[in-house]
Design a protein around this ligand. Structure first.
Ligand code: PSU
Ligand code: MN
Length: 355
């Protein structure tokens, strides 16, 4: 890797064995609108767990994409961890961004970088927001360099909702590279489930085929991004205890020497969730118009998310913000616990990890 820029704070954090959480940037460049919200998102309301963060960390005059990325970093810091936000900037792969770099990325015409796009964006000298797949691939390169320097690797990654198998897959097999990337990158991916715009049963089958362990964090049903899980999609595994979770990760990666990532499903809180049936109706219509307008490939997910935001008069944005911040905070708590117990850190950085 020729041009990889690791933020000093991230390097220092790793050297001091402090917890580090990777964050993605496709949500900044392509997932959320570039306009300010006219209200404080619901998750910051009085008495809510993120109230504190909202009064100090949500700048209402910032566009929602930038404000959310900043708030995610703050959610990670609030739990005592260091954010390592990944992106391509001017043809270099960055691990950890300065506030100015984040702001610039939120404004420029950036590529949406899945794994397949990374080389092209790096080669062109341009900028790109990394999707779950792109972020995982970038993390793998970064971890190689950390390992070579005797530093611990980063194992925690927080996103919103992962990409998966799109509806109408039988007619047009659109399956996000996120699934493939998760299956070959040993990181814990904290997510509010598969985006509700997807075919959930089909996405679950794809996770299964790709041998990805799926764990519900304090939830019994597979969460649906901006909506709670439904009883017709029960999970097979649920954990409520961070020590059990780090033990499971250790067994999967170190004991069994598996390379798959692990999916940790963090359900959106009741107070922030949208009614599943209502969203279902909107998504069905949006998928129909995407088909009519010939919208496919990389443009599909942003199109459907925009339609959802419009049809819910912005309520889906509040929900999206809530789940992104919730996931960032949970990832930080997990890594904090793993480090403190020295389960993941000690074992995963041991020399025989690369065997
Ligand atoms: N989570 C969100 N909003 C988003 C995404 C995740 O709350 O926009 C992004 C992620 O980067 C994910 C991508 O990897 O959407 C999936 O895009 P596609 O279906 O084109 O692979
Ligand atoms: Mn796709």
């Amino acid at each position: 890797m020729e041009r990889i820029v690791v933020h000093q704070e991230v390097l220092d954090g790793l050297a001091e064995a402090r917890p580090v959480v990777v964050l993605e940037t496709a949500v900044l460049t392509h997932g959320l609108p570039r306009r300010a919200l006219d209200h404080l998102p619901r998750c910051f309301a009085d008495g809510r767990p993120l109230h504190e963060l909202g009064t100090t960390g949500w700048n209402a005059s910032d566009p929602v994409n930038l404000a959310t990325s900043r708030a995610m970093s703050r959610a990670v810091r609030m739990e005592g961890a260091i954010p390592a936000t990944i992106a391509v900037i001017d043809g270099a792969l960055h691990v950890g961004l300065t506030p100015d770099e984040l702001e610039r990325l939120s404004q420029v015409d950036a590529d949406k970088c899945s794994t397949r796009d990374l080389a092209a964006t790096l080669q062109s000298g341009g900028c790109g927001g990394t999707t779950v797949a792109g972020t995982l691939s970038a993390s793998a390169v970064a971890n190689d360099t950390f390992r070579a320097r005797g530093l611990p690797e980063i194992r925690m990654f927080a996103t919103g909702g992962i990409g998966g198998v799109h509806r109408d897959w039988a007619g047009h097999p659109d399956i996000s590279a996120d699934i493939r990337a998760i299956s070959c990158t040993p990181m814990l991916v904290v997510t509010a489930g598969a985006k509700i715009i997807l075919d959930l049963p089909a996405t679950r089958e794809a996770l299964d085929t790709n041998m990805i362990p799926v764990i519900g964090w304090e939830c019994d049903n597979f969460p649906r991004f901006t909506s709670r899980g439904s009883a017709d999609q029960p999970l097979e595994r649920r954990l409520d205890d961070l020590t059990c979770l780090s033990e499971l990760c250790r067994i999967h990666w170190n004991g069994l020497k598996r390379d798959e990532g692990i999916l940790l499903l963090n359900e959106i809180p009741h107070d922030d969730a949208l009614d599943g049936d209502r969203v279902e109706e909107i998504v069905t219509r949006a998928c129909h118009s995407a088909k009519q307008q010939g919208i496919t490939g990389q443009a599909l997910t942003p199109f459907l998310l925009t339609a959802l935001a419009e049809e819910t008069s912005g309520e889906s944005l509040d929900a999206n913000i809530a789940l992104l911040l919730g996931n960032a905070g949970l990832a930080a708590r997990v890594v904090f616990r793993s480090r403190r117990r020295r389960l993941i850190q000690v074992d995963i950085t041991s020399q025989d990890w690369s065997n």
